[in-house]
Design a protein around this ligand. Structure first.
Ligand SMILES: *[C@@H]1O[C@H](CO)[C@@H](O)[C@H](O)[C@H]1NC(C)=O
Ligand SMILES: *[C@@H]1O[C@H](CO)[C@@H](O)[C@H](O)[C@H]1NC(C)=O
Length: 313
């Protein structure tokens, strides 16, 4: 009985609510004639134009031009020359190597997708053994430095017994081969003597995801100049092992010029290289999702800073 009465009451409530809703609809339906007056229309049109103008200025001020987007495939280096900074004058001049022609280049024809995929698997295997607590981990095959927690360990010492299960002789061979080809591309592009460039440190694999930084080692996104950070650098190269917008979001490389920001969208097997001075101030966008893999291969003109190709200890 009680249940039934409650049910009845509910029905009464519902129908009175329905009436209110209907009344509301009728009121709203009759409203347009009153609300859409001429002054209001003008305000709406004004606001719309304002938004368009704002979007346009935002877009043109942002000036983030893609130097090379992911969708393009460059069968030969796309080269952009820029004026050399004075940074190199503070160092000894090495004819046939020290930058006199500066710039940046991007190419998809130096390393094949298949080679890049093998290198990515090496990076995955090795970085799985460690990894930073923050979003950015590195593995330096030369020194053996591997991110672990908030510090680094030496992979060759730490995993001495297992090291031959992690890397093979072919892995090192591929790395050397790819390094040699990048060196040749740099020499050709900047008109250098290939044998006058030397591999220098640090040269490393990087793995970045969106996990927030835990130490300053994880803060890869700050604008910087390689020659200022590492005095020995004369040419920096980057080999990408994953695809922007497919494997990760954000994480684009940005050359920060006085009047524009020019981006390189990573693509598996894409190589970008540039003279390391202030003419190439750059940063990497924060990775928003997914995982970004790349290799940084650096070159010096000073034989005193040369390092040997990595190999088993
Ligand atoms: C980033 O990588 C680390 C180490 O592999 C992992 O613990 C973490 O969950 C990853 N973060 C995201 C957001 O996937
Ligand atoms: C380039 O990007 C930086 C932030 O990364 C910004 O401060 C600067 O205004 C941008 N420059 C131009 C010309 O858009």
């Amino acid at each position: 009985m009680a249940v039934q009465r409650r049910g009845h009451v509910k029905t009464a409530d519902t129908s009175s609510i329905e009436k209110k809703i209907k009344r509301g609809i009728v009121q709203r339906q009759s409203a347009p004639h009153r609300r859409y007056s001429v002054p209001l229309l003008l305000v709406l049109i004004g606001t719309f134009i304002g938004i368009l103008v704002w979007l346009y200025t935002k877009w043109s001020n942002d000036n983030t031009d893609a130097l090379v987007s992911k969708g393009e495939i460059l069968t030969q280096p796309r080269v952009f020359t820029v004026h050399c900074s004075e940074d190199y004058q503070k160092y000894k001049h090495f004819p046939g190597c020290t930058p006199t022609k500066c710039g940046r280049a991007v190419t998809d024809s130096v390393v094949t997708t298949a080679e890049a995929q093998i290198l990515k698997r090496i990076a995955e295997r090795a970085l799985e053994l460690g990894g930073s607590d923050g979003g950015a981990s590195i593995l330096d095959l030369h020194s053996g430095a591997l991110s672990m927690g908030k510090k680094f360990v030496n992979i060759y010492r730490y995993f001495s017994n297992q090291i031959r299960h992690i890397f093979t002789e072919e892995d090192f061979e591929l790395y050397r081969e790819v390094r040699g080809r990048i060196q040749k591309a740099i020499a050709e592009t900047f008109g250098l003597e290939p044998s006058k460039l030397y591999l220098t440190k640090p040269t490393f694999f990087s793995r970045i995801n969106s996990t927030s930084a835990k130490t300053t080692h994880d803060e890869y996104w700050h604008p910087h100049i390689d020659k200022v950070t590492y005095g020995s650098f004369d040419y920096t190269s980057l080999l990408y092992l994953t695809d922007y917008d497919v494997d990760f979001g954000g994480g684009r490389f940005i050359f920060m010029d006085p009047n524009s920001n020019r981006t390189v969208e990573p693509r598996t097997g894409r190589v970008s290289f540039f003279s390391s001075g202030s003419e190439n101030l750059h940063r990497v966008e924060k990775v928003a999702w997914g995982t970004r893999y790349a290799i940084t291969v650096s070159f010096t003109c000073d034989p005193d800073y040369a390092i040997a190709d990595p190999s088993f200890p």
